[in-house]
Design a binder for this molecule. Structure first.
Ligand code: G3P
Ligand code: CA
Length: 243
């Protein structure tokens, strides 16, 4: 089972920064989950919200900043004084630092304001084709369909919150047509749902786990990965099956 550090080890360090990513790697996470958007000058940056207000000392929308302007912001102090001066990373810088050490689970954020994000992300990932592992995911099925059409060899995941803990046949058909993974909100997961996704040949990840008891419970179910703010909560296997 894979341990996936949600926005890095974001329970211990400011989300989507190198502080959180470095810690995730130190804690032996198999993958780092992160969120990407385009700047005004079309650089791919790593930040969750469409506004900078919650996680930096700036205000306004990411899409209205150039990369140079964004990188003047402090993305660490909101979490604690020890993290003052952390910057919003670019996806390229993250890939350069980790692509041969840790897998990346890259979430496309912000459509429809982020026209062309799929193409830009795929283009960049293609230049790191010798990376350990990358998966591109989104809540937006159309975005994943677009990505799959453009870059069929890059693995993809659909993020889902299935109503009543089940996926319809039609939903499973759509997922199967464009994705390799279903990344499902853990509160909606049950063994039957996991089995129905597995039967379609897709792997199952569970998000977002923030307590030890839930991590233990999910680890005992047949999920293929846990997305967690606390990557030290999971027992790490020495070896994994190839995903
Ligand atoms: O990996 C799933 C998870 O990241 C989705 O939620 O809001 O943290 O991006 P969010
Ligand atoms: Ca995310």
């Amino acid at each position: 089972m894979y341990t996936i550090a949600h926005r890095g080890a974001s329970g211990y360090a400011p989300e989507n920064t190198f502080a959180a990513f470095d810690l995730a790697a130190e804690l032996k996470s198999d993958m780092i989950e992160l969120d990407v958007q385009l700047t005004k000058d079309r650089h791919i940056v790593v930040i969750h919200d469409d506004r900078v207000d919650r996680t930096t000392n700036g205000t306004g929308y990411v899409k209205d900043y150039t990369l140079k302007e964004l990188q003047t912001l402090d993305a660490g102090s909101w979490f604690g004084p020890a993290f003052q001066g952390e910057k919003i990373p670019t996806l390229e810088a993250v890939l350069k630092r980790y692509h041969q050490k840790v897998g990346l689970l890259i979430e496309l954020k912000g459509p429809p304001s982020q026209v062309g994000l799929e193409k830009e992300v795929g283009k960049l990932l293609s230049t790191f084709s010798f990376s350990i592992y990358n998966i591109v995911q989104s809540f937006n099925i159309r975005s994943i369909q677009t990505f799959r059409d453009l870059y069929p060899s890059i693995p993809t995941a659909v993020i889902a919150r299935p109503s009543f803990g089940r996926l319809t046949r039609n939903q499973l058909n759509v997922y199967q047509s464009c994705a390799d993974y279903a990344n499902i909100k853990y509160t909606r997961l049950n063994r039957l749902l996991i089995s129905s996704v597995h039967k379609r040949g897709l792997k199952v990840f569970a998000w977002t786990i923030r307590d030890q008891k839930t991590a233990d419970k999910l680890q005992s179910m047949a999920v293929d990965g846990i997305v967690t703010d606390y990557p030290d909560f999971t027992l790490k296997d020495d070896k994994h099956e190839t995903i």
